[in-house]
Each structure stands twice: as C-alpha cells, then as structure tokens.
Design a protein around this ligand. Structure first.
Ligand code: PML
Length: 259
C-alpha cells in the first residue's frame, strides 16, 4: 500500500509541467478612429511594470495630437528571457543642414556604396503616405520585395534595455526611432535604413548604415504628411526570415549607460 502511494505521488510529480519563467512581457498598443491609424507604441518590461505601462500607453492613445482614439487595442504577451535577443544601440551622428534639398544630397551620398538605386529609395521614401510599416527595397534591383506593399513590414517587439520610468509617458520620437533602427541594423541582411516621418510637424529624419544613425534635420518641409521608412536589403536575403525577425523577434537594445 505504501509503495503504491509513493508511486502515485512520484507519477503526479513527474507529470507536473512547470511553466517556463516568464519574467518579461511585450506590451503593445495601437489606436484608430474611423479606420484611420492614430497611434502605436510598445514596450518590453518586467511583470510588475505591466499595469503602469498599459495605463501610460492607453493615455498616450487617448491624448494623441491626431485626436482621441475610438479604438485602443492593448496586447500583453509573456516572453521568456532566453528568447530575447540583446543588441547594441547604434551611435548617433548629427548632420548639419538647413534645407530638404541638402538632406536629399546627403542621403544619396550615404546610400551610394550600398545601392545603385538610391534615387528610387529617396523617391519612394519621400512620396509614400499612410504606411503602417516599412518598405523593403532590394539593393541590387531597386525593386520592392515585401508581400504587402500598401502596409509594408511593421517592426515590432523591441525596447531599450532597462528603460526608465520616465519613458512610460509621452512620445520621444528620436529615442523610439533609435531603438527601432538598432533592431533593424542588427540583422545582417539589412544594408541601410532611410526614415522620413509622416508626421507633418516632425521634420527630422535619419539614415542608418552599419552602426551609425545619421540624424538629418530639415529632411522635409513642415506641414507635409508624406514620409515612410525603407530598408535596403542585401541581394539573396531570405525575405521571409527577415520579416519574421523584424515583426516577431523580441529585442532589447543596450545603450552604453546600461553597462
Ligand atoms: C517616426 O515618426 O516614427 C519617425 C521618427 C524619426 C525620428 C528621427 C529623430 O528625431 O532622430
């Protein structure tokens, strides 16, 4: 009887499946009104920070300059720490320029070693409107290679490692862009990124090549709602694997101050 009981106990112990340790959470917000995208933001945080981050992101959606959102969607997803990739932050170099025409010249110069189709990249990036994601442009042909050219590829699941409480509120476009550019630049099939914000009031953009984020003020005239992101892709890249990395791989970006 004693043996039977202990074997029953052992069986039940062996059958218990302990959950993996979920100590990080991806928290993502997107908001829209009448089918129009209003706002989107995301964080990767520890479990005890999840409620405060949900509150901060929903407040951001409800007080957006584009207007109060009708629909706010918040997704909270557990992550296993071992699934999170740590990448270094790109370094920022401020470029000096006064006018959009100068900015285009600098972009062309920066892209020249990467592709013979820099004019196509510039044209596509400056004239796109309302894209939720980024364009993928093949370096060798200048041809778009993402499956949905209207939507593009939305880079997601990223944050700065050890982001401070203050980062939970408000939008710091430059900080968020550096985090995104660091995730993108860490993939070996991305040769460069060009970004022109579609926010009519935001006239600073950037080109990221290797580990350098070239910050370009006056990239466009104020008031224009044109702008998008484009990634220049290495010939022969596995596009499906690249899109999976950009959209789904959890990445924490290490800034020097974290060390
Ligand atoms: C965006 O709207 O997401 C693009 C922001 C670009 C930030 C550029 C910078 O200020 O460094």
């Amino acid at each position: 009887m004693g043996r039977w009981l202990s074997s029953l106990f052992l069986n039940s112990v062996q059958r218990v499946r302990y959950p993996r340790l979920m100590n990080y959470f991806s928290v993502r917000m997107r908001a829209d009104s009448s089918g129009q995208h209003i706002s989107g933001a995301e964080r990767i945080v520890r479990s005890h920070e999840v409620p405060a981050v949900c509150a901060a992101l929903s407040e951001r959606a409800m007080t957006h300059p584009k207007g109060m959102a009708e629909n706010v969607f918040i997704t909270v997803e557990a992550l296993d720490e071992s699934d999170i990739l740590r990448v270094p932050s790109v370094g920022v170099q401020e470029e000096v320029m006064q006018r959009p025409s100068q900015a285009r010249g600098i972009i062309e110069e920066l892209l020249r070693p990467m592709t013979a189709h820099s004019q196509i990249v510039i044209e596509e990036t400056f004239t796109a409107r309302n894209m939720r994601g980024a364009m993928l442009i093949a370096a060798d042909t200048g041809v778009r290679c993402e499956p949905d050219v209207q939507r593009g590829v939305r880079v997601s699941h990223m944050d700065a490692h050890n982001a401070k409480e203050a980062d939970f509120t408000g939008k710091d476009a430059a900080h968020e862009a550096i985090v995104l550019a660091s995730k993108v630049a860490a993939h070996p099939d991305v040769l460069a990124e060009v970004c022109v914000s579609d926010d009519p009031a935001y006239t600073t953009g950037y080109v990221c090549i290797g580990d350098t984020y070239h910050r370009l003020p006056h990239i466009k005239e104020p008031g224009s709602d044109e702008g998008a992101r484009a990634f220049i892709i290495k010939p022969g890249a596995d596009i499906e694997a690249l899109i999976d990395y950009l959209e789904n791989r959890a990445v924490l970006v290490d800034f020097e101050a974290d060390e």
